[in-house]
Design a binder for this molecule. Sequence first.
Ligand code: IMP
Ligand code: MG
Length: 171
Amino acid sequence: MPQFIPLFSEQEIKNQIKTIGQQISFDYKTKDLVLVGVLKGSVIFLADLTRQISIDHEIDLVGASSYEGTSSTGQIVFTKQPDLALEGRDILLVEDIVDTGNTLFKIIEFMKLLDPRSIKICSLIDKHERREVKIDVEYSCFSLEKGFIVGYGLDYNEKYRNLPAIYDLKL
Ligand code: IMP
Ligand code: MG
């Protein structure tokens, strides 16, 4: 039976999102903010984050899946491209977790082709254990050295995204 060890509670998540929401609202006051969530893991985080940002902004979604089991620098396929015109705008990519950084690196390369004014990253979790490419995560709620976590959008084989808190999964 898998074990779920509590890591970050609902209240801790809520508090952290409130704090970064205020920070983003301050930093982007004079900018043209578009939050671009990375499907599917970020949707729950995105839904809570957008409501903690007090300045006008828009939201969009991008979908990318990587071929797992192949080399870590392998290809990604875009399953959903942004709907909004992003040229000249300030994109904040919203992710559930940055692990090796390879997925986000590829997404950033693609987003740059859309000619935005800026691209920054906001990730619920910044995990350092397996980082392979240099990625600057400007905003994150939690930093994690290692482990495999689920809940609050994060899945294991598509399950457990619905858990309201974040757990360390022991299989
Ligand atoms: P990477 O940064 O390219 O290695 O990939 C990050 C993606 O891997 C995330 O968006 C998640 O979908 C998934 N992932 C990495 N670590 C975890 C974890 O601890 N729990 C659940 N999903 C994870
Ligand atoms: Mg993901």
